[in-house]
Design a protein around this ligand. Structure first.
Ligand code: CA
Ligand code: CA
Ligand code: CA
Length: 398
């Protein structure tokens, strides 16, 4: 495997099966016979990872990421009950399964707003498997190819614009960190976010500890839906594996989704970055520099997002109830009566999406096999990012 030079390598491939089993699998299906995707992988906007354990058909325990847990220590059998020593141990295992670490509450740790995000052209950022031992970023290569065909197409410029006008607000939140130079057992929550007031300028200013709210879709009650334990900080360098993070929904050749809350989950993601922290009153302000993410986007999630965009925006295609892309075989319908040409910017995107649908589905080929079976089912992506301190004050609408 290839790790980033500044990443402390261990012998665990972030995409190996042991870690995939039972961890932050978005879907959690068996993967047996998984050819072209799974029936119940989440559609666009459905960011809830599995994580409740019901998807692990082989009964694997959650990987013990942070080592010796408090639970395992607290359920040792009493010494005076030696005859029953084996039974409590079995019970202990069951208890350990039931008592997975509770995710923390929103706002319990320093927040970070991702203020820049780029899909780099060069090979980047992590070796996720695939055909060779090099870093995998199939999505970046595809965007490159489309940029060559469509000179006006610049996905990174669209992402930057979406960040600048508050369409795309991704928040990270660190949990359990007492030492920002060296720490184990660091938890990372990921939320879609909102500005807490009507002025986004303060949120973009790295010198202002601006207020953010968390999207209600990103939480269960007051706990993050996307929470990954087991991160480390080594000499200020943060590293975590098997995370799920959100990127703005986009279509490979047709630009960003308009403001529709469209996120795509990157699963099995590795993330690294340099943490810079400061203290302001009772608050810890955390900045992330040189951030890198590498992970997998399920094909089914991508095309479900296309369909969701069409349903929301493309009445001019006159598709009725027919999905643009059949999610069983990733073929495009030809049943539309396209009246989008010459319309609004959104309608132009509908027109392009319909007209280039076949090209899109044929060129966007998966290079990773996450769920098992014979066929690849996900496309690799690498991203670079930076983050600035965010004051997460609660959940929107509460
Ligand atoms: Ca590779
Ligand atoms: Ca604001
Ligand atoms: Ca597969």
């Amino acid at each position: 495997m290839g790790c980033m030079a500044f990443v402390a390598c261990d012998d665990s491939d972030p995409l190996n099966n042991d870690q995939i089993d039972g961890d932050l699998i978005v879907d959690g299906d068996t993967g047996d016979g998984d050819i072209s995707g799974d029936e119940d992988e989440p559609a666009e906007g459905d960011i809830e990872p599995d994580g409740d354990g019901d998807g692990t058909v082989d009964g694997d325990l959650e990987p013990d990421i942070d080592g010796d847990t408090a639970e395992s220590d607290s359920i040792e059998s009493p010494e005076d009950e030696e005859p029953e020593a084996e039974l409590p141990e079995e019970e202990a295992i069951e208890q350990e399964q039931e008592q997975e670490p509770e995710p923390p509450a929103v706002g319990d740790g320093p927040g970070v707003f991702i203020n820049s995000l780029t899909i780099p052209e060069d090979p980047c950022c992590f070796d996720l498997g695939g055909p060779d031992a090099e870093p995998d970023n199939k999505y970046g290569a595809l965007l490159d190819a489309f940029a060559g065909l469509l000179p006006e197409f610049d996905m990174n410029a669209e992402i930057a614009a979406a960040i600048a006008d508050g369409q795309y607000i991704q928040l990270l939140e660190f949990h359990g960190v007492t030492d920002w130079q060296d720490a184990n057992g660091v938890g990372l929550a990921c939320y879609g976010g909102q500005d807490a007031d009507a002025d986004f300028a303060d949120n973009l200013n790295p010198d202002i500890f601006a207020d953010f709210l968390v999207d209600p879709q990103s939480v269960d009650g007051n706990s993050p839906l996307l929470f990954t334990p087991g991160g480390t900080i080594e000499q200020g360098a943060f590293e975590i594996h098997n995370a799920t993070v959100l990127i703005p929904g986009f279509m490979a050749s047709f630009g960003m989704f308009p403001a529709s809350g469209g996120y795509l989950p990157i699963t099995h993601a590795s993330m690294t970055g340099t943490l810079v922290h400061a203290t302001e009153g009772d608050n810890t302000l955390v900045t992330i520099e040189n951030g890198r993410i590498g992970g997998a986007i399920f094909m089914r999630d991508i095309f479900a997002a296309y369909n969701a965009f069409v349903v929301e925006n493309c009445d001019c295609l006159n598709l009725g109830d027919t999905p643009l892309i059949d999610l069983d075989d990733f073929t495009c319908t030809q049943d539309g009566n396209n009246e989008c040409a010459g319309g609004t910017d959104i309608e132009q995107r509908c027109d392009n999406l319909y007209g280039f649908c076949n090209i899109s589905t044929m060129t966007l080929r998966p290079d990773l096999n996450i769920m098992g079976g014979e066929e690849n089912d996900a496309v690799s992506i690498g991203l670079t990012f930076t983050g600035i301190p965010a004051h997460i004050t609660g959940v929107a609408g509460d």
